[in-house]
Write a protein that binds this ligand. Structure first.
Ligand SMILES: NC(=O)c1ccc[n+]([C@@H]2O[C@H](COP(=O)([O-])OP(=O)(O)OC[C@H]3O[C@@H](n4cnc5c(N)ncnc54)[C@H](OP(=O)(O)O)[C@@H]3O)[C@@H](O)[C@H]2O)c1
Length: 427
């Protein structure tokens, strides 16, 4: 330590303070290694859970552009077996997991590259993320279906790049406890949380006054309130600034996505809900802001492209040139920031309520929302039913302040069944 130069001393403090306090011992070790050598990243062997999804495909672009510094060693898919086969032929991973065993057939298996082991079901997923050849697990399955794989990766003490916010919403306390125990590192991939993580480096944890998450406002930001009950799934799926999977796109329209992100930030940064604020920012260029106790505000800005936060997590703590487009500073920008209208976006209040409650509330809200979004997309309920049904199921559930994983999984199933009973009066 005596031999470290002044700059390295400073960087060492900062990594120790931030990575160790927020992200566990392995985060600290990654930071320390980079301070001592300053040689850039060594090869990272990456598993992409949910490689056929929007985040998964962006991650594979980041890996393809890495010139060998990121190696894809595992992929997983649920329904899109043809796509994962193409991905396997291109990236030649050691493992592919087909999470739905019903889609595995001998003729499909014969088409995978010779060096790729094809596994199936949850046991296959657990085996892949625990393998010694794996350094980083990108958790990019959508919904509570991502909980099992993330849990196994955290249990195995891996670096987990977390896009699947639903895992932290449903089981934030258990996952963060497990990470402390296994020395796993949780790195945010959600653009707002990646933005917070980057902006937080401007100060020490005790100097933070509030975290601010931005929200585009979705497609219905200016739509007259009385028209919202008539909006169609097609309209809800037209996000003005981001290209994402269908579930998160509908969540952005209801602002449930931001409610889930408040809960995610609560667990990821160990910050109470009252210190987490939301601002509407329709241009989606400012992803997050951190206000420090002296009144200084540090913002993270980049184009709305998930390749950047994915890359930041996969190379952390290094920054390297990548495929995400830089901000064009030659044009005139007008960026608005405004407080959200809670009447238009009642999901936000649920987010704060659940962040304060903890226990089983997150799992129930998350499952109810997933089931309600599914029913809305099938036109069985209205857009404006989504939040009230979540609220009703949340109120009815037998709250447990210290649940086990089994209780969480059981209440997840219960909440989905409750949503099926919801009658849409005006459909
Ligand atoms: N998209 C974004 O820009 C964005 C931004 C921030 C955070 N996130 C978060 O990232 C996660 C993924 O979002 P996405 O937009 O990429 O979703 P998506 O496009 O719908 O992709 C979902 C992925 O999960 C897999 N999957 C679905 N159901 C599954 C199940 N029951 N078991 C195992 N795998 C299953 C899908 O496999 P198949 O396609 O093969 O069926 C696909 O690979 C979500 O938690 C979301 O909140 C996304």
């Amino acid at each position: 330590m005596e031999k470290l130069q002044g700059t390295y001393r400073h960087r060492l403090w900062f990594h120790l303070d931030l990575s160790k306090e927020l992200f566990g011992r392995r985060g600290f070790l990654l930071g320390l290694a980079s301070c001592m050598t300053d040689q850039g990243p060594s090869v990272r062997r990456v598993v992409v859970l949910g490689s056929t999804g929007s985040i998964g495909q962006n991650a594979l672009e980041v890996i393809a552009a890495s010139r060998g510094r990121l190696e894809c060693v595992g992929l997983s898919a649920h329904t899109q077996v043809e796509l994962v086969l193409e991905q396997a032929q291109r990236f030649r991973p050691r493992f592919v997991v087909l999470t739905d065993p019903g889609r595995v057939s001998p003729s499909l298996l014969r088409q995978f590259p010779a060096g790729t082991r094809v596994l199936s079901g949850p046991a296959g997923g657990a085996e892949m993320v625990q393998a010694s050849e794996v350094d980083v697990v990108l958790s990019a399955v959508v919904g509570a279906a991502g909980l099992k794989g993330t849990w196994e990766a955290v249990r195995a003490g891996k670096v987990v790049a977390l896009a699947n916010k639903e895992t932290l919403v449903a089981a934030g306390e258990l996952i963060t406890q497990l990470a402390r125990h296994s020395h796993a590192t949780l790195l945010p991939v959600d653009s707002e949380h990646s933005g917070l993580f980057q902006a937080l480096k401007a100060g020490r944890p005790q100097e933070v006054r509030r975290l601010i998450l931005t929200a585009s406002g979705g497609p219905f930001l200016r739509r007259p309130l009385e028209e919202l009950s008539q909006v169609t799934p097609q309209e809800a799926l037209q996000h003005p600034t981001w290209q994402m999977g269908p579930k998160i796109t509908v969540d952005s329209a209801t602002m449930m996505n931001k409610a889930l992100e408040i809960i995610e930030a609560r667990w990821l940064f160990d910050m109470p809900g009252e210190k987490i604020q939301v601002l509407i920012h329709p241009q989606s260029m400012i992803h997050a802001l951190v206000e420090f106790v002296d009144g200084s505000v540090v913002a993270q800005v980049s184009c709305p492209d998930m390749k950047l936060p994915i890359q930041y997590a996969l190379y952390y703590p290094h920054r390297v040139p990548g495929p995400a487009a830089p901000v064009d500073w030659s044009r005139v920008w007008q960026w608005q920031l405004e407080p959200p209208d809670r009447k238009r976006f009642p999901a936000l209040s649920l987010g704060y309520q659940v962040a304060a409650q903890g226990g089983t509330a997150g799992a129930v809200l998350n499952a109810a929302n997933e089931a309600a979004v599914e029913r809305f997309l099938k036109r069985q309920i209205r857009f404006t039913d989504i939040v009230p049904v979540c609220e009703a199921v949340l109120e009815k559930h037998p709250f447990d302040p210290q649940p086990s994983l089994e209780t969480i999984l059981q209440l997840d199933r219960w909440a989905r069944q409750e949503v099926q009973k919801w009658k849409c009066s005006s459909c």
